[in-house]
Unconditional design. Structure first.
Length: 415
């Protein structure tokens, strides 16, 4: 295709298929309170862990001082249980005065002063899932304006205590209301998760036009079972889900629980690898004040993050399910590169899996491989057999760069 035509086509697809707020062209990254800190409001007995401004400021300090922000982890997101049980005299949501004495606007400033962003939570319905005031249809405009006045940067709109008809009206209305404030606010919709997550009940074309990301499926819990269940659901349904993702519009398989209690280091690498294949948002829900160095280095792996954040924004797919229990995943990346993940569902011992790039549909050529979690590099011809040793519930992840010939044209070769 002629270059200008290609640019024109891309401008068109960008403007028609994704929410037009220009945000989240790559999956958003940051920290979200829910999985680890839930609805702990007992600041008297548990001051370090309760949902309060101190918790969010602590995490912001960690993001900005421990190397997270530079890697792209910039959102600090409040989830449920932040608000007071009553709206104020003007009908506006207000934070719990004991736990957020400075107010949300001041907390947003705290984030912005550190090069971070603040996210907040609400619910399309009479109450949030935790029983706090919800946003019924008549409150959508005032709540969107309140968040914008507070200089909030992202909004998660949950869906407890509403019916399908209200959701059908409410999610698009909130999108319009947020846009109308004039403040760029990333919009996370839980809508699909409340209607089964799949077409025909879910219209992913419409979602891409009104939301930046959306929860498709169940809540993650702190266990490998839960992570595996999410992996299975997303890849079993990849034909419906994978095409829905793209710049500005992402499937959200829920938070990273790396650094908590439920995953081994191998399982943590698996979550990081497969969330990167899916082009999933990377919201950690862990305690960054006490995280182990092992978990931190997985979450801070630059190559995995680079794959997750690839500019082309095309999500990957499972391409093979072997009888041995090895599964192979592939994601196309910019510059004709790609990512491969070899994942083991086995429960016995490291499995030596033999294959070749040709068997994995790579075209003829010689490729440079970087092992994402060991940093080892190698050259590999498409026809050469290789062996990877994959630990039980673990992965081997590769960044595969383009074969040399792709970068050569009449004038020069760039390698
Ligand atoms: C729902 C959501 C979770 C979390 C809780 C809060 O279950 O799916 O992510 O926001 O509500 O109550």
């Amino acid at each position: 295709m002629h270059f200008s035509l290609l640019v024109f086509a891309c401008v068109l697809c960008g403007s028609t298929l994704a929410l037009n707020n220009g945000l989240m062209r790559t999956p958003p990254m940051g920290w979200l309170a829910w999985e680890r800190f839930r609805c702990d409001i007992d600041c008297q007995n548990d001051p370090k862990n309760c949902i309060s401004e101190n918790l969010f400021m602590d995490m912001a300090d960690r993001l900005s001082e421990d190397g997270w922000r530079e890697l792209g982890y910039v959102y600090i997101n409040i989830d449920d249980c932040w608000s007071s049980m009553e709206r104020d005299e003007n009908g506006r949501l207000q934070p719990d005065p004991k736990r957020f004495p400075g107010g949300i606007h001041k907390l947003a400033r705290y984030m912005h002063d550190r090069g971070l962003k603040l996210g907040i939570y609400g619910d399309m319905g009479t109450h949030t899932c935790g029983g706090y005031p919800g946003t019924t249809l008549d409150k959508i405009q005032i709540d969107a304006q309140t968040f914008a006045d507070w200089e909030v940067d992202m909004f998660k709109f949950d869906g407890c205590y509403s019916n399908a008809t209200e959701q059908e009206q409410g999610y698009p209305l909130m999108s319009k209301a947020l846009n109308a404030t004039g403040r760029p606010i990333g919009y996370s919709c839980s809508w699909p998760a409340y209607v089964g997550g799949l077409p025909p009940k879910v219209n992913y074309t419409q979602l891409g036009e009104i939301c930046n990301l959306w929860r498709n499926y169940d809540d993650i819990q702190d266990s490998w079972d839960s992570v595996l269940n999410i992996i299975d659901w997303f890849f079993d349904n990849q034909d419906a889900l994978q095409p829905a993702a793209g710049p500005g519009r992402w499937n959200d398989p829920d938070m990273l629980i790396i650094g908590d209690f439920g995953l081994s280091l191998d399982q943590s690498r698996s979550q990081m690898a497969l969330w990167s294949i899916m082009a999933a948002p990377l919201f950690m829900s862990n305690d960054l004040r006490t995280i182990s160095s092992g978990a931190q280095s997985i979450l801070q792996n630059k190559i995995a993050i680079g794959i997750n954040q690839d500019a082309m924004g095309m999500a990957g797919r499972r391409i093979l399910k072997e009888k041995s229990g090895i599964e192979v995943f592939w994601r196309p990346l910019s510059n004709n590169a790609s990512a491969l993940v070899f994942f083991s569902r086995r429960t016995d011992m490291p499995y030596r899996y033999t294959s070749s790039l040709r068997q994995l549909n790579f075209t003829t050529g010689s490729y440079k491989i970087i092992d994402v979690f060991t940093g080892k590099m190698a050259s590999l011809k498409d026809s050469t057999d290789f062996v990877v040793s994959v630990n039980p519930s673990g992965v081997v992840m590769w960044y595969v760069s383009a074969p040399a010939s792709v970068f050569c044209d009449k004038c020069c070769c760039v390698l």
